[in-house]
Write a protein that binds this ligand. Structure first.
Ligand SMILES: *Cc1c(COP(=O)(O)O)cnc(C)c1O
Length: 428
């Protein structure tokens, strides 16, 4: 039995996965063109060019490029007229921005649990969380997986609730042929450096609704009215505009997605095949009719099937074998200090009710078992792994097998392996 790389053995994978971001001279030239144009503001056509290409790519009509994928969510909510006294339902397992953007818009985030299999918002929990004050729901396509969105759309329609899609993990993904961002009233994208297309920071809103697009435009553009007199300020807006340098890079990154998505899909298929027979590894469920070349490949890790080997040691062993991996990316929202203590007041003050006097949910006392379970037991492979050669992706499966075999042959592996790691570190 080959020695574990964790203890100085040869790693299963000797080569490295592509580093991120992937770029070459094309991005460089595109930025240099903007620099040389001398037009470094929103007037540079690089922005409008990127927006129309991105809207088309996501099957939408309008796109607006913003500073980041947090401001996009906040802008969409404000443009929908959502504010103090309103409730917005968000999944309990997501990046903090999904929930904090609701607070930034002045509204109250109501947390609903996710489905155990897809890790996306559970339609039943969503339905139960609806009150007379619910105005919108933000669905998060976690890792590019859209989940049972038709149920969410149906319930929301019956209750006259807006569906906003947080597509920060889901560029170029689709549910039964419908592109992400085109399912609800609007979609929010992030181009932060870890996302599957990036300009370091950045975000985009997509929508088919002309009036919503114009409202978003006003809000992100200092409150100016769309296509009106430049100094006619009509609403309370901020400046959330993207620079043309970012748009120039993103135009090329978008072209790359067309090359990269099929590679990612092929890798995902390889992982699905390879992992299905490993006891204790349960991948996030992907509907075969959907297409999710997304941000992460996640699976539940059951330490019992690894003879009690803890998730943190499994992660150490797997990365030593040459496979980049992480524990579940986010803490469950209700367990963050921000939400537990409701530090939503001015100057970082804890508050119990919102500005309209409505009592806020008591997040600290909530039990959202599926979100908590993800936080505690999930392992994620970043999307660079999906960009690897097929042979490298197969090595990821092989590495997990190797770790399991070793764990099963070791008495109390968690204890023995910790001792082994410490010994290796101090050289005895
Ligand atoms: C990255 C991300 C965002 C937006 O993040 P920014 O860094 O502000 O662009 C929003 N939601 C989710 C789920 C994300 O992963």
């Amino acid at each position: 039995m080959a020695k574990l790389a964790l203890f100085g053995g040869t790693p299963v994978l000797q080569s490295t996965f592509p580093s991120w971001p992937v770029f070459d001279q094309r991005e460089v030239e595109s930025v240099v063109n903007v620099v040389n144009s001398g037009d470094w503001w929103m007037t540079n056509p690089a922005i409008a060019d990127f927006e129309s290409a991105f809207a088309k790519f996501q099957g939408s009509k309008y796109a607006l490029s913003l500073t980041n994928g947090t401001h996009t969510l906040e802008t969409i909510l404000r443009a929908l007229g959502i504010g103090p006294g309103d409730e917005v339902i968000v999944p309990a397992y997501t990046f903090i921005a999904t929930a904090s953007s609701v607070l930034m818009a002045g509204a109250t985030p109501v947390l609903a649990d996710v489905c155990i299999d897809t890790m996306t918002l559970d339609p039943e929990r969503f339905s139960e969380a609806i009150t007379s004050r619910t105005r919108a729901v933000i669905t998060v396509h976690l890792g590019g997986v859209v989940g049972p969105v038709d149920d969410i759309l149906r319930i929301a329609k019956a209750k006259k609730i807006f569906v906003v899609e947080d597509c920060a993990h889901a560029h170029g993904c689709a549910s039964r042929g419908r592109q992400t961002g085109s399912l609800g009233i609007a979609g929010s994208f992030s181009f932060q450096s870890s996302k599957t297309m990036t300009s370091g920071e950045g975000g985009a809103i997509v929508t088919r609704d002309k009036s919503l697009f114009e409202k978003c435009w006003s809000l992100y553009n200092c409150g100016r009215k769309y296509k009106a007199n430049f100094n006619e300020y009509q609403v309370l807006g901020s400046n959330y505009r993207m620079t043309p340098f970012q748009a120039a890079i993103l135009a090329i990154q978008l072209q790359r997605m067309e090359e990269q998505s099929p590679v990612r899909l092929q890798s995902i298929q390889c992982l699905e095949e390879g992992l299905k027979d490993i006891e204790g590894i349960t991948p996030q469920y992907r509907d075969p009719l959907d297409s999710a070349p997304g941000y992460l490949y996640s699976f539940y890790y059951d330490s019992k099937a690894f003879n009690g080997l803890s998730r943190s040691l499994f992660l150490k062993a797997l990365s030593a074998e040459g496979i980049p991996c992480n524990a579940a990316n986010y803490p469950a929202i209700h367990q963050t200090p921000l939400f537990r203590n409701r530090i939503f007041g001015a100057g970082g003050k804890a508050i119990k009710s919102d500005s309209t006097g409505q009592t806020l949910p008591d997040y600290a006392s909530m039990s959202l078992p599926n979100a908590e379970n993800i936080q505690e037991t999930v392992v994620s492979l970043p999307h660079q792994v999906m960009l690897g050669e097929l042979e490298q992706v197969q090595k990821a499966v092989e590495a997990i097998h190797k770790i399991q075999t070793h764990a099963r042959k070791t008495v109390a592996p968690s204890l023995t392996w910790v001792t082994g790691v410490v010994r290796k570190k101090i050289g005895i």
